[in-house]
Write a protein that binds this ligand. Sequence first.
Ligand code: SF4
Length: 352
Amino acid sequence: MIKRRKTRNFHIGPLKIGSEAPVIIQSMTKVDTQNITAVLKQIKDLTQAGCELVRIAVPTLKDSKALRKIIEQTETPLIADIHFSPSRAIEAIEAGAAKIRLNPGNIKNKKDILRIIDAAKAHNTAVRIGVNEASIRDLKRQTVPPAKRIKLMLNEMKKYVRIFENRSFAQLVLSAKSSDCLRNIKINRLIAEHFDYPLHLGLTHAGLPEDAQIPSAISIGSLLADGIGDTIRVSVAGNPVMEIEIAKQILTSLGLYHSAKPELIVCPTCGRAQIDVIKLAKKVKKALSKIEKPLRIAVMGCVVNGPGEAEDADIALCAAKNKAYLYKNGRRIATIAEKNIIPELLKHLENI
Ligand code: SF4
């Protein structure tokens, strides 16, 4: 079991964040904020998929007004991404955003920062300080060699956090993101060494879903495996619901997410498979989609390695020629003809 890094714990709206709470899955809406119907639909889709916190871009005054209406119509806690404008930050706080995200590269004036801190305190709004590698380059207005960027990001974070601490504000979530997987891991390890605030993990501009999954899993997963990270956002260029599916897979594989849905384990198949494993696995997956139980179901292509590999499963199907052996908790309990595999499996699942 992963031992989480000890952090401060507090609430973001109704959600507890920190080492005493489960890792929060978050995402971002990808439609025009002023299209309130579309935003609400996306928030609903995300929430149903397992997203707990949703971020919304609020670049203009019209977006601030839309945000207020959106907050009135959803129970999902929302984060306002306020870009370059201190006014947007204050408006979002007053509208009831559970959290706002500030980029030190965009909000630099100390008076503005203090105004935002005071408003956030008054409304019990959490603040994420999000340092991005790209913004660090902008701050310097010159090319910064990759090796120096991590130090600059850490220094920028230290300076910004100090302003909040001097104003006795502690509801901070920190994030430092790079689009480079290794630098992303390094900077977050450093941030975790220097601060005890909850950390938001992500990888910027990760790519199209098929390209983003592995770098995101490596970067976010490596940090989570070290116990670092209290909320995650997987960025993909595509439907945000995909971000939630990938985030859940990362968390599940590390034992940090316990779904009410069955988990399907499928052998990779090889020359020993005596059945079309992929076809069978797809049928099993479809059958399991209606079940709301945290079960482990394994589909294995043969009985050579199948039973051993499926020992941890609640139910395992190990295929043989034109049939499958059904194992319950590692013990063989039935032999099923190929055509009856799905109905028989469902019957056994009902009995668990
Ligand atoms: S379970 Fe059997 S078919 Fe599947 S990968 Fe292992 S040896 Fe091959």
